[in-house]
Design a protein around this ligand. Structure first.
Ligand SMILES: [Zn+2]
Length: 340
């Protein structure tokens, strides 16, 4: 088969890779229907995360099951499935508590590489969720979004304790931030303040339910939030960037007793203990346990209640994966969908 392999910063190639085979009896092999480039792939693409050898890329995927190992019980060949970026057993104590990305048996899909024609999915029964029937073509982008960015934005909103009537701030206007807006709206937020200075992204944020768009960043952004919340700050803040500035902006935008859900992959972030102590702000984040939310999200998509696939503003054949990376790196595209 063929798939994406990164050789050096900025050097993604579409090349021959070994066909995946069943390695453990709990594995499944799926033929990918669609895959995509993630904002977090750009950390590798830009050389922030080191590349020591040619590495397969990608961790988002939807597809049709081709083959299952002898110990797979509920997943069957022919099913259309969605999985997330960590394989998980869905049975250990950590999974049962809803934190599948810390499953005691977790395996990162990024270490296998889903920007390809086929994918081996470990722990298939725990990792994959099958749709009731083969979905119609127009639902595919939204189902693919559920694999990571929708589930991650959703977890950000849940971690930020968004409730009916809440005022919510979303820091970050990438795909995760935009879908954090969608999640906050679905969870009943009354006021949603999206931080964005890009016209097309701000427009999509409004479409997903943002009531306010604020262009200021850092302390000015915090002040703009305070100005809109009687000086108190927001009940809930979703942080979807992962830098020192965005994290502090998120914490300072929350009111005492409020909560921050942080889902931007943190890079060189240091939190000041004393300021946190006096802030009375709860923080919960980390790699989103997307698997917890997948059954509910797939139902909402198939019922056409939500259309998260709108974050894909570029569609390419998988063979042009390098252009997908370039377009996202240069911020010409929010998110690139790849058709194998
Ligand atoms: Zn587990």
């Amino acid at each position: 088969m063929r798939g994406a392999v990164i050789h050096a910063p900025g050097d993604v190639r579409f090349e021959e890779r070994a066909d995946p085979v069943i390695e453990a009896p709990t594995d499944a092999i799926i033929r990918l229907t669609a895959t995509c480039v993630c904002g977090s792939d750009l950390w590798t693409y830009r050389g922030v995360d080191p590349i020591t050898a040619p590495t397969p890329m990608g961790h988002e995927y939807i597809g049709v099951v081709e083959e299952v190992g002898s110990a797979v019980g509920t997943i069957r060949p022919g099913q259309f499935v969605v999985g997330s970026f960590f394989a998980s057993d869905d049975t250990c104590e950590i999974c049962r508590a809803g934190f599948h990305t810390s499953c005691v048996h977790r395996i990162p899909i990024g270490s296998i590489g889903s920007q390809a024609e086929y994918l081996r999915v470990p722990l298939a029964d725990g990792t994959l969720v099958a749709t009731h029937e083969l979905p119609s073509a127009d639902l595919l982008p939204s189902l693919l979004a559920a694999s990571d960015v929708l589930g991650t934005g959703w977890y950000g909103a849940v971690a930020a304790e968004v409730r009916p009537g809440s005022t919510v701030v979303v820091v970050g206007d990438g795909a995760v931030g935009l879908l954090g807006v969608l999640a906050a709206k679905q969870l009943g937020a009354e006021r949603i303040i999206a931080m964005s200075r890009h016209e097309s992204r701000a427009r999509l944020a409004r479409e997903f339910g943002a009531t306010d768009v604020v262009a200021e960043r850092g302390d000015d952004g915090v002040q703009a939030v305070k100005d809109r919340t009687d000086g108190l700050g927001a009940h809930s803040v979703i942080e979807a960037v992962g830098t020192q500035e965005s994290m502090m902006q998120a914490i300072r935008s929350a009111r005492p007793g409020g909560a921050v859900g942080y889902v931007g992959v943190a890079h060189d972030v240091t939190l000041p203990g004393e300021e946190l102590f006096y802030s009375h702000v709860r923080i919960l984040g980390g790699p989103a346990p997307v698997r917890r939310f997948l059954p509910d999200l797939l139902d909402r998509i198939q019922a056409r209640e939500i259309d998260p696939g709108k974050v894909f503003d570029l569609e390419l054949p998988l063979g042009q994966v390098a252009e997908g990376y370039r377009a996202m790196d240069e911020r010409r595209s929010i998110k690139a969908l790849l058709w194998p």
